[in-house]
Design a protein around this ligand. Structure first.
Ligand code: IPM
Ligand code: MG
Length: 372
């Protein structure tokens, strides 16, 4: 079936291209079997763009990213580009996409599949049934605040400066996304900052509380506040106390890595980065796994394609309104794991260890079965 679902695929560096190949397999399957067509374009971001063009993302790729319905990204970075000037490092390509597309709400769901309960480093009873959504602010805070830089001091020392900065609107718009999500989930929202030491944290707490107090449509929600250090501790002590966590850019970066490990592996965690809804009802979006480019295992068939596949499933859900197709992919992942198929990162005794490619093929077979 013809369709105008436009998606820009940016595989990136390291394991990015190999996991994306497996996701493309599933996209092809959807084309054939589900009559859901995509107009796919491919482009460069990160180190591969530096090699080709001298910069981590070109203006032309940026324009395409702004124009499509959504972007699907693999991973960026690697030791080859570690010593480059800070402003042309691979990571800057990703940060430019987030900033210029104004993708302020980063959704990072940490779900523990039943089959992976024993793959977590935490006790099974702590993680079994775990289903948390971390909403991370993505376009402000210390990642982008000015002034920033490395400066020479009169006494010959140097000073590194970053600025944590948040405005009312930046806090409110991400809190609204988190509140809306909580209403579709279990209605519990925990706002996380360091109001005990940071003014930006005090403002964050006040604005989130005000949004809650002044809007009766949120009466069904239960709002709590927590300091970020305590939250990191609570995530490993009793993670199931959380439903939706909303937090700033830097704390969200750290807490989502912690949450990822609860699910067994960083290789399992997808993410969606969303912009505001425009007049036509459309919102800019980028989908990417939470894991990085993993240069240590690149090209060895060891990478887990599931985080990127689950990111594609989030694209179906949030950008294309294809909840049924997203459910189908999520179910296929669950069944494949339940069947004992594992990539190296989630391998456990008695299970079948497979390569990245075989994981992709197995998923397509499972999809065939589910759709039969
Ligand atoms: C993430 C990553 C990025 C970040 C890096 C690659 C710039 O760690 O998406 O969590 O710090 O935001
Ligand atoms: Mg991170």
């Amino acid at each position: 079936m013809a369709s105008n679902k436009k998606m820009l695929v940016l595989p990136g560096d390291g394991i990015g291209p190999e996991v994306m190949t497996e996701v493309r397999r599933v996209i092809d399957w959807m084309d054939k079997r589900r009559a859901v067509g995509f107009d796919l374009e491919e482009g460069l971001v990160g180190g591969c763009a530096i090699d080709a063009h001298g910069i981590p993302i070109t203006d032309e790729t940026m324009e395409r990213a702004q124009d499509v319905d959504c972007v699907l990204l693999g991973a960026v970075g690697g030791p080859k580009w570690d010593n480059l000037d800070f402003n042309i490092k691979p990571e800057r390509g990703l940060l430019r996409l987030r900033k210029e597309m104004d993708l302020f709400a980063n959704l990072r769901p940490a779900m523990c599949f039943d089959a992976l309960v024993d793959a977590s480093t935490l006790k099974p009873e702590l993680v079994s049934g775990l289903d948390i959504m971390i909403v991370r602010e993505l376009t402000a805070g210390s990642y982008f605040g000015e002034p920033r830089g490395i400066f020479d001091l009169p006494d010959g020392q140097r000073e590194g400066v970053n600025t944590q900065r948040y405005t009312t609107n930046e806090i409110i718009r991400v809190a609204e996304v988190a509140f809306d999500l909580a209403q579709k989930r279990n209605g519990k929202i925990c706002s996380v900052e360091k109001a005990n030491v940071m003014e930006s944290g005090v403002l964050w707490r006040e604005e989130v509380q005000k949004l809650y107090d002044e809007n009766s449509q949120y009466d069904d929600l239960e709002l709590s506040h927590m300091y970020a250090d305590n939250c990191s501790m609570q995530l490993v002590r009793a993670p199931k106390q959380f439903d939706v966590i909303v937090t700033d850019n830097l704390f969200g970066d750290m807490l989502s890595d912690t949450a990822a490990m609860l699910t067994g592996s960083l290789g399992m965690l997808p993410s969606a980065s969303l912009g505001a809804i425009d007049e036509t009802g459309r919102r800019k979006a980028l989908y990417e796994p939470v894991h990085g480019s993993a240069p240590d295992i690149t090209g060895q068939g060891l990478a887990n394609p599931l985080a990127t596949l689950l990111s594609f499933s989030m694209a179906l859900r949030y950008s294309f309104g294809l909840a049924e197709d997203a459910d189908l992919i999520d179910k296929a992942v669950e069944n494949v794991l339940a069947g004992g198929i594992r990539t190296a990162d989630i391998m456990q005794p008695g299970m079948a260890k497979v390569s990245t490619e075989v994981m992709g093929e197995t998923l397509v077979h499972e999809l065939d079965k589910l759709a039969a």
